[in-house]
Design a protein around this ligand. Sequence first.
Ligand code: NAD
Length: 501
Amino acid sequence: GRPVGNRLWTRNLRTAQVKEILNFIDGDYVIGSAWFDKRAPYNGQVIARVAEADKALVDTAVQAARNALHGPWGKLPLADRVDLLYAVANEIDRRFEDFVEAEMTDIGQPAHFIRHVDVPRGAANFKIFADVIKNVPNEFFEMTTPDGLGALNYALRRPVGVVAVICPWNLPFLLMTWKLGPAMACGNTVVVKPSEETPQAAALLGEVMNRVGVPKGVFNVVHGFGPQATGEFLTTHPDISAITFTGETRTGAAIMQAAAVGARPVSLEMGGKNAAIVFADCDLDAAIEGTLRSAFANCGQVCLGTERVYVERPIFDEFVSRLKRGAEAKKPGLPDDPESGMGPLISQEHRNKVLSYYKKAVEEGATVVTGGGIPEMPDALKGGSWVQPTIWTGLPDSATVMREEIFGPCCHISPFDSEEEVIRRANDNPYGLSSAIWTTNLQRAHRVSGAIEAGIVWVNSWFLRDLRTPFGGAKQSGIGREGGVHSLEFYTELKNVCIKL
Ligand code: NAD
């Protein structure tokens, strides 16, 4: 790759012309061996050409990251590292609108969602892990010995090394910084592979790092695809010390195999088929509002989203009709349209997948309560990957549509009659990421939360996140937990020092 200067994440940022999104390696923006197109999800037009990193460029990035470990970054006192992470957060805030634009054009979701969920979490992710690393105590054990003099044990935390960060497209900036914050706080260096669908925010973050003085090579970005391409070149690179991944379960399994060579640790945040359980004693307004968000926010492309809703029989009909009304009120539109209630799916390819499930649901005997197809859009937006919010009833738990993650704006609602029954049915799935329980009965809330097989349970809420808490999936939804001190388990190597007195 040829360096092209260090303040050029894109050309023509504020014009309608096609941008160029570059790799960011060792503090410089570099082109690659090829280019690929990024299309806007709302109209299908090419908005950027992205510089693809080949094997040689991935190697350059990994070597830059490895050198940085032993350079100024590795020698930086903790307090200075913490200050730098705060500076990154502040610079993200200063460039807030640039990140909003990058995310808006990459994922096409309504501006208010990007402004309130996705981009603010970028800055928060750097601050929280700066605070964690500053405040976490070291483990210490005093022991007795037969000679009566004893020994002292203490555990030191050291960076793991060069961390490969493999990101999905659904909440690109939020999910990428969720890994970068702790990785950098713990003193590691990183090579990030953003999704090929959402390259912009990662590239822009390079400018932030340079501006606040993060040493060259600490943060690197390589663009490209997954299998037999940039992603795989990175995860199979022998100088990568650990791999953190968010994405589909199938991809996670491939990454785990790559990590097996050299026995590298992995942290995997993967798919879900999350259940909401709505008891008749719930606050129905809150349950409707929460379920509308959990099924349709980000056009249903949230790993924590609800695709299976179980509603206690006495309120089933009312719940279905109110959720239907809410879904039908979500008007699709452009991100900067204040009336827009929902953006498009990420790509035509993903829409084909979602529509295949819409078809399958009908074949499997579902009643389509609302949606099920493509909405009527104005001519200028017809090339976008729009899809209708969709609700089904009438399927058995064994239906494909009830078992596989669809990752679209859709859910199935089933009635249930007892707590025991609904726990069994909610758990009868290979995934175990999250669950939302709606009830005003305190004992039941605790009982059901305890029995649900998932990494995260919300009671009377959804997507309410305290970044200090453990986050991750049970069963096929993930391996490991990140968040607060839990992230330290993955991003540091603990070393016990035993001193005989
Ligand atoms: P994906 O698995 O298709 O891709 C994720 C990333 O992996 C991309 O950058 C891709 O290029 C890369 N990749 C693909 N194959 C690879 C390979 N063989 N080697 C190395 N890298 C490879 O996922 P996606 O479609 O981008 O994202 C949607 C999925 O992510 C959904 O399943 C969703 O549930 C999941 N997700 C999970 C969480 C969580 O926290 N558990 C959060 C968000 C999304």
